[in-house]
Design a protein around this ligand. Structure first.
Ligand code: GUN
Length: 296
């Protein structure tokens, strides 16, 4: 079997186009464009790149972007005060505090300080708690796992009753991905560094979401023939034979796994563009919530 490719770039482009359309509609109705505030504490190069991409995408889609950078030795009070000011600023509909924060800061307290109505990352304990509860809905869902589910839906993979395995239990991807799959009536196994018989467990999955942060860990014999595989990992590997001096790869050994999987979302070119697209969608939703245009 040769897997069909899940084209995250094309699917993300459609989500972004809809966010741009909804933005234009808000503006046509006389509202200010949706505004996203990003808060970066410190100067981690990867975080700077991610935050820059989010800001540029906002502008490209007609939204407002407000960017704040705090020094790496900022105190807890300073970061929370910044969040409070953004909560109080009506031009700001969504607040994104880029993670990870420097080690001396309490990230849970910072995330809790964000107004749940502006929590476009879906990381506020209220939103995460609702995600974990039957019959309750969060105001926002974390962007990367939401993007994974969107990709599966877009290509018609059935979630209801499927055996889904999530590799990784991070707060940002693994755990919310598992909770989203449960909400959609999949039977979910969460695997992590202490999991025994990992290859066998993965080989039972109809849907495999790899968010473990290990280079090309998922091999061909870990994958059930016909399964849908979503690779969330991104790794930069130095390689002098490449023009850029490096190449990007994921948590899945793409070439061999695509020989057995039914569907595969590659990395790069899969979930990455979806994360930003879902963030744009959430920012528009935050503006719609602020203007009383959607029920929450
Ligand atoms: N760091 C890595 N991914 C994310 C994300 O989706 N949101 C935030 N705020 N920080 C991140």
């Amino acid at each position: 079997m040769t897997a069909k490719l899940i084209d995250g770039k094309a699917i993300a482009a459609k989500v972004r186009a809809k966010a741009a359309e909804d933005t234009a509609e808000l503006v046509a109705q006389g509202f200010a464009p949706p505004g996203l505030a990003t808060v970066l504490v410190g100067s981690d190069p990867a975080s700077e790149v991610y935050v820059g991409m989010k800001q540029r995408m906002c502008k490209k889609l007609g939204m407002e972007s407000f960017s704040f950078t705090l020094s790496p030795d900022s105190s807890q009070e300073e970061v929370e005060k910044m969040v409070q000011e953004l909560n109080d600023n009506p031009k700001v509909n969504g607040i994104l505090v880029q993670l990870p924060l420097p080690g001396h800061l309490d990230d849970e307290a910072v995330l809790k300080a964000i107004s749940p109505e502006k929590d476009i990352d879906g990381f506020h304990p209220l939103n995460m708690g609702r995600l974990a509860q039957k019959g309750r809905e969060p105001l926002f869902v974390p962007c990367t796992p939401d993007g994974c589910i969107y990709l599966l839906d877009e290509v018609g993979v059935e979630l209801e009753g499927a055996n889904a395995v999530v590799l990784g239990r991070s707060n940002i991807v693994g755990m919310p991905a598992a909770l989203l799959l449960v909400k959609r009536n999949a039977t979910v196994t969460i695997c992590h560094s202490r999991t025994k018989n990992l290859p066998e467990i993965c080989a039972n999955a109809d849907i495999l979401i790899a968010a473990v942060g290990r280079v090309e860990m998922v091999k061909k014999d870990w994958v059930k023939p016909g399964a849908a595989v979503i690779d969330v990992g991104t790794h930069r590997i130095d390689d002098d034979t490449k023009e850029k001096g490096y190449y990007l790869t994921g948590d899945v050994a793409f070439d061999e796994v695509s020989e057995v999987a039914g569907w595969i979302s590659p990395s790069p070119g899969g979930v990455g563009p979806m994360t930003i697209a879902m963030l744009m969608r959430n920012t528009v939703r935050a503006a719609q919530i602020a203007h009383g245009l959607v029920e929450v």
